[in-house]
Design a protein around this ligand. Structure first.
Ligand SMILES: *[C@@H]1O[C@H](CO)[C@@H](O)[C@H](O)[C@H]1NC(C)=O
Ligand SMILES: *[C@@H]1O[C@H](CO)[C@@H](O)[C@H](O)[C@H]1NC(C)=O
Ligand SMILES: *[C@@H]1O[C@H](CO)[C@@H](O)[C@H](O)[C@H]1NC(C)=O
Ligand SMILES: *[C@@H]1O[C@H](CO)[C@@H](O)[C@H](O)[C@H]1NC(C)=O
Ligand SMILES: *[C@@H]1O[C@H](CO)[C@@H](O)[C@H](O)[C@H]1NC(C)=O
Ligand SMILES: *[C@@H]1O[C@H](CO)[C@@H](O)[C@H](O)[C@H]1NC(C)=O
Length: 315
């Protein structure tokens, strides 16, 4: 357009004047490259290679265009506010890709007032191409109940559950779960049998299913064998208690004995060899002594004391 016959300096003048006016910003920065979208289980992320400007912080802004904008809104683009002037080279576009139609996405780099041209996806993205991974599952047998815990993959996901008695693959039971709870109750089942479970996800919005998870099998315990186990454990516990308790009681009684009624060292004059001469120790003295030290007495001893007290008052 600028190359033609005529005054070269005039053309130079025109070119240096007109060309920069083609874009609102000076396009000195290279546009972001390698723009790709990674989509797994209906979560979509746009990524690109960084634009490196030594000593500068490059910021990126992302916009998208759905079918509506392309055909009915003058090919307009919608900025993604969470991904405006960001410094990372990734944008979560899950919320913006809200219909199963082809989307276009573009990224621009900025340093200060300098902006780059837009870099655009090479191929339009449709969310029906998302990679659906098999769900993680955990099979549980609780008494006679067969349960399965499912990975929470978000509200778009339903689960097709298949379960069967191991060795009877011909009679497979099916179950469909639309809303995830902590654990899904599959069935009340026979004890002492192996049950197997496998699950796939289904996303209605794109009419697609994941592959099935690995088959997980579990043995449903026989309630009788559970009872035997419980009995054995209880018995072991009882034996332990029977051995340990008397020892504990003996130990505790010893402790109380020593702290309550310490052995009293009597003066030599009061020491006597015969236990029957205990009465030399006057009853009142003994009673006083015991009051202060919380001593346990046998009923006979109490009776003896009472007799002695009564006698001494009478005197
Ligand atoms: C784009 O990706 C290719 C391979 O992953 C890499 O070799 C190339 O350097 C990237 N381009 C930029 C501008 O980073
Ligand atoms: C599309 O552009 C035309 C002309 O540029 C304009 O008349 C029309 O109002 C625009 N429509 C929308 C939806 O912006
Ligand atoms: C991406 O956005 C979706 C929808 O807002 C959200 O559920 C998801 O957790 C986000 N993922 C990450 C890695 O931020
Ligand atoms: C996704 O949808 C498009 C139509 O919008 C269709 O042509 C394409 O086959 C679909 N792809 C998958 C994997 O379902
Ligand atoms: C979903 O896809 C199956 C084939 O995989 C097709 O038979 C069925 O009609 C589709 N359902 C809808 C609602 O598009
Ligand atoms: C699903 O299973 C088939 C056959 O085993 C395999 O070829 C395919 O790659 C699997 N798809 C996914 C998404 O893992």
């Amino acid at each position: 357009m600028c190359i033609s016959k005529g005054n070269i300096s005039f053309i130079f003048f025109l070119c240096s004047f007109i060309l920069p006016m083609h874009s609102d910003k000076e396009a000195l920065l290279p546009a972001p490259q390698n723009i790709s979208i990674f989509s797994t289980n209906m979560k979509h992320f746009l990524t690109w290679s960084p634009v490196i400007i030594p000593g500068e912080t490059v910021r990126y802004s992302v916009e998208f265009q759905g079918e509506y904008e392309r055909y009915y809104a003058n090919e307009s683009w919608i900025p993604i506010s969470e991904c405006s002037f960001i410094i990372v080279t990734q944008c979560n576009v899950t919320e913006d890709i809200s219909a199963t139609v082809p989307y276009n996405l573009r990224v621009r780099a900025d340093v200060g007032t300098q902006g780059s041209e837009w870099g655009t996806l090479k191929r339009l993205f449709n969310r029906n191409t998302t990679l659906l991974t098999p769900p993680r599952i955990k099979v549980i047998a609780d008494g006679y109940h067969l349960l399965v815990e499912l990975e929470d993959m978000g509200p778009a996901f339903q689960f097709h559950i298949l379960y069967w008695k191991n060795g009877q693959e011909s009679s497979v039971q099916k179950m469909m779960v639309k809303e995830i709870t902590s654990a899904v109750h599959l069935d009340t089942v026979e004890a002492g049998t192996d049950y197997c479970v496998k699950v796939q996800t289904y996303v209605e919005a794109i009419n697609r299913s994941s592959n099935f998870s690995q088959t997980q099998c579990i043995r449903v315990q026989d309630a009788r064998s559970t009872w035997v186990t419980i009995t054995l454990i209880s018995f072991a516990g009882f034996i332990m208690a029977a051995l340990v308790l008397p020892f504990l009681i003996w130990k505790i009684s010893r402790i109380f004995e020593y702290s309550c009624c310490p052995v009293v060292i009597l003066p030599e004059t009061l020491k006597v060899a015969e236990p029957t001469t205990k009465l030399f120790l006057r009853g009142i003295e003994k009673a006083e002594y015991c009051d202060m030290s919380l001593c346990v007495m046998t009923p006979e001893e109490v009776f003896h004391l009472w007799i002695q007290d009564t006698l001494s008052y009478d005197l």
